[in-house]
Design a protein around this ligand. Sequence first.
Ligand SMILES: C[S@@+](CC[C@H](N)C(=O)[O-])C[C@H]1O[C@@H](n2cnc3c(N)ncnc32)[C@H](O)[C@@H]1O
Length: 280
Amino acid sequence: MEVKETVREKYGQAALRVATGGSSCCGASAAVDGCCDPITSNLYDASQTGDLPDAAVKASLGCGNPTALAELKPGEIVLDLGSGGGIDVLLSARRVGPAGKAYGLDMTDEMLALARENQRRAGVENVEFLKGEIENIPLPDNSVDVIISNCVINLSADKSRVFHEAFRVLKPGGRFAVSDVVTRGEVPSEVRQSMLLWVGCIAGALDEYGYIGRLTKAGFDMIDVEPTRVYNIEDARRFLTGEGIDVDAIAPQVEGKFMSAFVRAVKPSGKECCGPACCS
Ligand SMILES: C[S@@+](CC[C@H](N)C(=O)[O-])C[C@H]1O[C@@H](n2cnc3c(N)ncnc32)[C@H](O)[C@@H]1O
């Protein structure tokens, strides 16, 4: 509960900053040259965001671009876990078209208010923002074609429960297509602590094999973790300077160990091929 309350407070403040014309930057640092940090900056093409309300773009706190990778099709039902200011929900709504629907789920009232205002400004109708927690998704079993999420699952203190819930609400054959921060290889705990200062808004990142293991346990198939941005020591320096940490000293233990990744998985349809003889 403590983690959840801290997260809720932090993102409530971020939403209010955007609603009053500021930036939503996460982490300890303020925006430099209008650019938040190496994790959240430059995730979307101008061609994607051109039609979106400015506040939806400014509220972007993700670490990837799941709608660009999720291969959404017209008519599909999409659910965004931790939808924030709604950028990925609005982009999904465009892709699934009027025959489809995009849900955003978020627990923070201020983010939901911002997202609903962004929806109103964008004039998009096939969108609904739901209040709730990603550990208890307020949708029925087998009701969603695609689950997306952008830098949220790492914030949950009960990731196994999130994967279980994602599996429950996906239709058979449904896709899990999520951007998140993951770690690779051994990260000494004191460095991890320092890096959590750096990542500020993405504390709790799972190791890539931990991610795969938990998804497998939830029942998912065809799991793949594709790095989209690997962070180096210069990225870390930007955050750690002024935090009393000797960045050069920890460089070898940091370089290449934190990355944003696109995580794909599929809920088995029950009609999978098991070999040439049983695939009819
Ligand atoms: C890092 S921001 C990402 C927002 C959005 N996905 C984006 O790309 O801009 C995290 C969002 O997830 C929400 N969130 C975090 N933990 C949550 C939880 N357990 N249940 C529901 N929402 C959660 C926060 O309120 C916040 O809006």
